[in-house]
Design a binder for this molecule. Structure first.
Ligand SMILES: [Zn+2]
Length: 135
């Protein structure tokens, strides 16, 4: 009877160790995958950060952002481009598509910068949900 109890206890300890190992592995995999895709579309006017949007490379992701200053930005198939602009030179439309960290579209007449930034974990705000995760 005593030996049997010990065996059960050993089994429970083993199961616990396996569970913890699996949980830790999932935890790291989750953040690794999450970090790789964490890109943000930032809109700056006159050097000031006006708006930020989550950037997605999903094929069926579509977003149209119409700004008061007369520029319309589109996110489509993981590509960001200036769809419409009422600026005199129209150069921002000609700049084409961006999809990589650090790339930007600039509309000089409107002092507008549309840029794509990869967020490191250090840049995460306190409200991004990480705080509820076990550490
Ligand atoms: Zn322009």
């Amino acid at each position: 009877m005593k030996a049997n109890n010990k065996k059960i206890r050993n089994d429970i300890i083993l199961i616990c160790i396996l569970c913890v190992t699996a949980a830790v592995a999932c935890f790291f995999l989750y953040f690794k995958a999450d970090n790789a895709e964490k890109m943000q579309l930032q809109i700056l006017i006159d050097g000031e950060l006006i708006e930020t949007y989550d950037y997605s490379t999903d094929e069926d992701f579509y977003k149209e952002i119409a700004l008061d200053i007369g520029n319309t930005i589109v996110v489509e198939n993981g590509q960001i481009y200036m769809k419409e602009a009422n600026c005199p030179d129209g150069l921002c439309i000609k700049q084409g598509e961006i999809s990589k960290d650090g790339q930007s579209i600039i509309c000089l007449p409107h002092k507008l910068v549309v840029r794509l930034v990869e967020l490191s974990r250090d840049n995460f705000s306190e409200n991004d949900g990480l705080d509820v995760m076990p550490r």
